[in-house]
Design a protein around this ligand. Structure first.
Ligand SMILES: [Zn+2]
Ligand SMILES: [Zn+2]
Length: 252
């Protein structure tokens, strides 16, 4: 059966590229593997001429929304090996330029789950999937895999792990996947018993009352206040709420 060796260069890490390749492989009955090499994604693809042709056309025509393919190198290989299935294999480091995706704003599907009281990620402030969530700001080193991100400190719960390994879910191979059970948490410094949704409600109230809050997120601190309130620090302003700090326990 024809076998091809392909290298895909560009923004192909942290954007759901490997699960995308695995789904295409299933669609075109391709066996082989996909691996994140750092500067590029390496694919071994084996299948009939018609199926491999369809696979490579779709690879360039339908890449994940946030990815950017700069170059695809495909070489036929001697058919000395037969791949029984298609696998996502562990990342391996190679030298070369690496393109990293920026953090991506919460997608519509995650937003719907965030506000669905029946969803297990209801009001989880760190909700994400393969199409959205933190990328560059949580990265310690490449290749982009959970153990080399700040999320390495938060082992996945059983339910998250199930999504992480199931190709049919929106969180297949999503490195920062987490939930209310296993992910980072928000709380108020100095009032550590005020956590989660209560901490966010209190923070909103503080801002609404004219206070200033420092919010530690995954990418550093944000100072927040009501920008339409021009009297935050004016001595003649009416009594105002004290400044509060809100942080997550996401790294030091
Ligand atoms: Zn999402
Ligand atoms: Zn979880």
């Amino acid at each position: 059966m024809p076998l091809y060796h392909t290298k895909v260069y560009g923004i192909v890490q942290g954007v759901g590229f490997r699960p995308f390749v695995a789904r295409l492989a299933a669609r075109f009955r391709i066996t082989g593997s996909v691996c994140n090499k750092g500067p590029y994604v390496e694919i071994f693809a084996q299948g009939t001429e018609a199926n491999t042709a369809g696979f490579f056309t779709a690879l360039e025509a339908e890449p994940p929304e946030r990815s950017a393919i700069l170059k695809v190198d495909t070489e036929p290989m001697a058919e000395t090996k037969t791949y029984p299935q298609f696998d996502i294999i562990e990342s391996a480091k190679e030298r070369g330029d690496i393109f990293v995706s920026p953090d991506i704003a919460t997608c519509d599907q995650c937003r719907a789950e965030l506000f669905d009281p029946k969803d297990r990620r209801y009001l989880h402030p760190f909700i994400n999937c393969t199409a959205c969530g933190p990328r560059l700001t949580i990265l310690d080193s490449m290749p982009y895999d959970r153990e080399r991100t700040s999320m390495g400190e938060f082992p996945m719960c059983e339910d998250c792990h199930e999504e992480y390994v199931s190709p049919e879910t929106r969180r297949y191979d999503a490195q920062p996947v987490c939930c209310n059970t296993c992910g980072p948490e928000v709380y108020l410094i100095g009032e550590e018993d005020v956590r989660g949704a209560a901490a966010i409600t209190r923070t909103r109230q503080t801002i609404a009352d004219g206070g200033i809050v420092a919010i530690k997120g995954i990418g550093g601190f944000h100072l927040c206040c009501d920008a339409s309130n021009d009297c935050c620090h004016c001595p003649s302003a009416p009594a105002q709420a004290p400044a509060r700090q809100t942080v997550c326990n996401h790294g030091p």
